[in-house]
Ligand binder design. Structure first.
Ligand code: IDP
Ligand code: MG
Length: 148
């Protein structure tokens, strides 16, 4: 089953929105298969955001993502990557659709609450950065047959 990496970013933790964000994705039908709270250091931030190195906002992005605790989660489900991107909304919360996580709770592109993998290929790489294979649990839920 498809998996995606979600990070509940430091702004969401500080604002007490982690439960709300996790609940939205859980209620959608996605299954939590791994979860941990941690504070990213610069090396981890550089690895996770390697693709953005050299961009004007890169240093601010690293400062922000390392500024406080985050929650890293592996969600599993049919089309998990695309479904989570839709639930998150556009990168800039000011442009994100009103019902999305970023559209509901954010105003500013540098404080956009949540990270979600942007492709299945990147999801595999990102999950590997945050979790060992043993930390990802494969378990059935009786409700699975009602979700698909
Ligand atoms: P995504 O989080 O929607 O996938 P990316 O383009 O991968 O967006 O950018 C990674 C993160 O970098 C964004 O979530 C946001 O925090 C930050 N970011 C992206 N573009 C800008 C920008 O133009 N100015 C400031 N920060 C940005
Ligand atoms: Mg991205």
């Amino acid at each position: 089953m498809e998996k995606s990496l979600v990070l509940i970013k430091p702004d969401a933790i500080q604002r007490g929105l982690s439960g709300e964000i996790i609940a939205r994705l859980e209620k959608k039908g996605l299954k939590i298969t791994a979860m941990k709270m941690l504070q990213m250091d610069k090396a981890l931030a550089h690895r996770h955001y390697a693709i953005h190195k050299g961009k004007a906002f890169f240093n601010r992005l690293v400062d922000f993502i390392t500024s406080g605790p985050i929650i890293a989660i592996v969600f599993e489900g049919k089309n998990a990557v695309a479904v989570i991107r839709l639930a998150m909304g556009e990168t800039d919360p000011a442009k994100a659709s009103a019902g999305t996580i970023r559209g509901s709770f954010g105003l500013d592109i540098e404080h956009n609450l949540i990270h979600g993998s942007d492709s299945v290929e990147n999801a595999v790489k990102e999950i590997d950065i945050f979790f060992s294979a043993e930390e990802i649990l494969d378990y059935p839920k009786d409700i699975d047959k009602w979700i698909g």
